[in-house]
Design a protein around this ligand. Structure first.
Ligand code: T4K
Length: 368
């Protein structure tokens, strides 16, 4: 099999041509405004809100802080139920805000927090549920809302992977009390580092704006216990330039993702994430191998082609030194998925021929 000329990594950021960024940078250089909710940030928030069809977008400087602000805006103190099958940032944000992450198992097909397991984890100390739309597959929105209402809990979605996914004609960002996303370099859409909160109630939106700016109100009075989570004008400039290409990025990812699916579906023992047609942004290309041994053989076979997939999310958070002691219940589905999953390369400039070679390598291992 032919080796790739350059290493193929799990992702590459989608970046607008430099020439499209320059006019925005000219504006920054002309005014000298680099931060403090400047004109480019306000323009980016307005354009994102229009693009997503949401009431308001509150940009911050990364997705982790978006989660922290959400927890703080809701005045949460106590236990927050979440998934162990996520990036460390989800649980860290909970712990950094003085709350206790409580981990419950995932659904073995969608790989998202299982509402039944989440309900079993509720105690008198529970204050919120924080599910993650893993790899952009929507969580069970109705059941989580019913659960939150029934037990009077707050609902925050970690939507770091899930920009541009709509359910029932509404952006995923408009569900729960607050949804949080990431605009990190490795995400579908990026501002270098960045993220955003989307809140369903106006008073929460006002509070989030204050919290990201040291607790200042519009008169610069300190009225809240805030931090510094402001997005810079340079990040906003990159965001504005990249936004022009978002539809093309989505379309290209969909084409490549569907090519992967066509070539991999039906291979013995190999499983793909379950999602509803049209409710996925192909920001990742996760595949579940029949066993960890086969997963390791796939990684080895791809390495000989200079292709380097990633084991998102391995080890499971409950197997990390940071959260090992938080293992209070059995999580067989999460344990199993974390051991057998690998995310194959998927990004705008990836070539079809490379996808085909990757799929051939996977096939050669699992059909041996
Ligand atoms: N919630 C969830 C569910 C998340 O997945 C994340 C972050 C968050 C919350 C928190 O959002 P942020 O605070 O990060 O905004 C990445 C990212 O750092 C992180 O944003 C992401 N999730 C997590 C899943 O993965 P790595 O370990 O993949 O980064 P790295 O440097 O290994 O990059 C992967 C590949 O991307 C490299 O092989 C090369 C390429 N790359 C990467 C960067 C950073 C580039 O070509 N250019 C770049 O600038 O972490």
């Amino acid at each position: 099999m032919r080796m790739e000329a350059n290493p193929i990594l799990v992702t590459q950021p989608s970046i607008a041509p430099l020439s499209e960024l320059i006019p925005y940078l000219d504006r920054i250089w002309a005014t000298g405004i680099l931060t403090h909710n400047g004109p480019l940030l306000l323009q980016l928030e307005a354009e994102l809100s229009r693009r997503l069809g949401v009431a308001d977008t509150i940009c911050v400087n990364n997705g982790t802080l978006a989660l922290q602000l959400a927890i703080r805006a809701l005045d949460l103190r106590g236990e927050i139920i979440t998934t162990p099958f996520t990036y460390i940032a989800t649980a860290n944000a909970i712990a950094w805000e003085g709350c206790t992450p409580v981990f419950a198992d995932i659904d073995p097909d969608t790989w998202n927090l299982d509402p039944v397991a989440a309900e079993k984890a509720i105690t008198p100390a529970t204050v919120a549920i924080l599910p993650v739309h893993v790899f952009s597959a929507p969580c069970d929105l109705e059941r989580f809302q019913v659960l939150a209402d029934r037990h009077k809990l707050r609902l925050i979605y970690d939507a770091a992977h899930a920009l541009c996914v709509d359910v029932h004609g509404r952006s995923l960002m408009s569900y729960g009390d607050i949804s949080c996303t990431s605009f990190h370099a490795t995400k579908l859409y990026n501002t270098g580092e960045g993220g955003a909160c989307f809140a369903t109630r106006p008073e929460l939106r006002r509070r989030l704006r204050q919290l990201r700016f040291f607790g200042h109100d519009e008169h610069k009075e300190v009225v809240d216990d805030g931090t510094n989570a402001k997005m810079t004008e340079i990040a906003a400039a990159l965001g504005l330039a990249n936004l022009r290409h978002l539809d093309a990025v989505l379309e290209r990812r969909r084409q490549l993702g569907e090519l992967y699916i066509a070539r991999l579906q039906g291979l013995p023992g190999l499983r793909l994430q379950r999602f509803q047609p049209g409710q996925y942004n192909f920001s990742y290309m996760p595949v579940l191998l029949p066993s960890e041994a086969e997963l390791l053989r796939v990684i080895e076979a791809l390495a000989t082609l200079r292709v380097h997939p990633r084991r998102y999310f391995y080890p499971l958070l409950l197997d990390t030194p940071r959260f090992r002691s938080a293992r209070t219940v059995l999580t067989p589905a999460a344990d199993d998925v974390a051991r057998r999953i690998v995310c194959l390369p998927l990004y705008f400039n990836l070539q079809e021929i490379t996808v085909q070679r990757i799929c051939d390598a996977v096939r050669s291992v699992v059909t041996q």
